[in-house]
Design a protein around this ligand. Structure first.
Ligand code: ZN
Length: 197
């Protein structure tokens, strides 16, 4: 009798350990949220003349957010949100997003993509060559900041601080969870991890 009970007890204990381990797995649905957001879950943008890549690189990234998450970017050629190219120098990195926040409400942003420093950019819809940075991935990343997401600690995800050349980054399940948490009425699920890494 004991021979049977003990293996079952061991199996149950092992299963319990597995469940607890899975529950404790960090970053299972981790996202980090900034202080401000668009209360209407939508906004418009315009592409300034300084942006030297194709307009479809912005429109593709916008469409990905609109399709994947509960958010609506609309292109009107106007509004407070600017997409620009700028010589940001070699220390700056690939791109940046400057928010205009007002009392917890985001009423504008400027995304600048670095057209200086000889950074090799890929402006296509396929897999970027190994030494080229994918402008669509960078645009998705900055739009994620604009919507309200902070960086993610996962080095393989779109909202990681450092995007690698030769990689096309899509919107992750964590990113979608974050946007749904902020914008979807009646959302039930995990909230943001503390901090804004
Ligand atoms: Zn970033």
């Amino acid at each position: 009798m004991n021979r049977l009970v003990r293996p079952i007890a061991f199996l149950l204990a092992s299963l319990l350990t597995l469940v607890v381990t899975l529950l404790r797995t960090p970053d299972a649905q981790a996202f980090y949220w900034g202080p401000a957001q668009f209360p209407g879950a939508s906004t418009t943008y315009l592409i300034d003349g300084s942006y030297s890549w194709s307009s479809s690189s912005v429109q593709d990234a916008v469409a990905d957010w609109n399709y994947s998450a509960y958010f609506g970017f609309g292109y009107t050629g106007g509004g407070n949100n600017h997409i620009q190219g700028a010589d940001l120098g070699c220390d700056f990195g690939l791109a940046g997003m400057s928010p205009a926040d007002n009392g917890g409400t985001r009423n504008g942003f400027t995304i600048q993509v670095n057209n200086g420093c000889g950074t090799p950019w890929y402006d296509g819809t396929g897999q970027p060559p190994s030494n080229y940075y994918d402008v669509r991935s960078v645009m998705r990343h900055e739009l994620g900041h604009a919507i309200g997401l902070c960086h993610n600690n996962d080095q393989f995800e779109l909202m990681n601080t450092f995007l690698q050349p030769g990689v096309s980054y899509g919107i992750s399940a964590e990113d979608v969870t974050g946007v749904n948490w902020a914008y979807q009425p009646g959302y039930v699920g995990p909230g943001p991890s503390p901090g804004c890494p």
